[in-house]
Design a protein around this ligand. Structure first.
Ligand code: ZN
Length: 151
């Protein structure tokens, strides 16, 4: 990766960190899930409204480091309008990308997190929102913690 590209990626992450998209509670949501990353102190809560199997609208609230907020912000943009199966495929692709640097599938704008694999402590920050959305889609009621992830 060239320095220019990593600068661009950092700008996208900083922008979403400072101005997170869909950063509010969602009135009348059908599903929600909380995620904690005790290692870093990241906490977030996702809200979803569903239309059948498709995510109609999605938002989040929470606090944490720049990586976790930017990841949640980009996730809400990427997941809106997607089906559960499509989000599951994105989760697999993003998870592989942040742990190995290589995406297993189409990740779109989420490619900005490819560099995270070089910083193992930040991988959990980047993947936290993804665990939360998987939990919300499954209907789990327990908060997810990155501490239970086997990495
Ligand atoms: Zn973090």
């Amino acid at each position: 990766m060239s320095d220019d590209l990593s600068d661009l990626y950092q700008q996208v992450i900083l922008d979403h960190c400072k101005h997170p998209r869909n950063f509010h509670e969602l009135a009348g949501h059908h599903r929600s899930a909380e995620g904690h990353n005790p290692l870093c102190g990241d906490q977030l809560k996702l809200f979803l409204t569903m239309n059948g199997d498709r995510i109609q609208d999605i938002s989040f609230v929470g606090s944490g480091c720049c990586i976790s907020k930017a990841s949640a912000s980009l996730l809400t943009e990427a997941a809106k309008g997607k089906t559960r199966a499509e989000v599951e495929r994105m989760f697999e692709a993003v998870h592989q990308m942040v742990t190995t640097g290589q995406a297993a599938g189409e990740v779109g704008k989420l490619a900005v997190f490819a560099g995270v694999h070089k910083f193992p402590a930040r991988v959990k920050c980047a993947i936290l929102a993804w665990h939360a959305i998987m939990s919300a889609l499954k209907g789990d009621t327990q908060p997810v913690s990155t501490e239970t992830e086997d990495m």
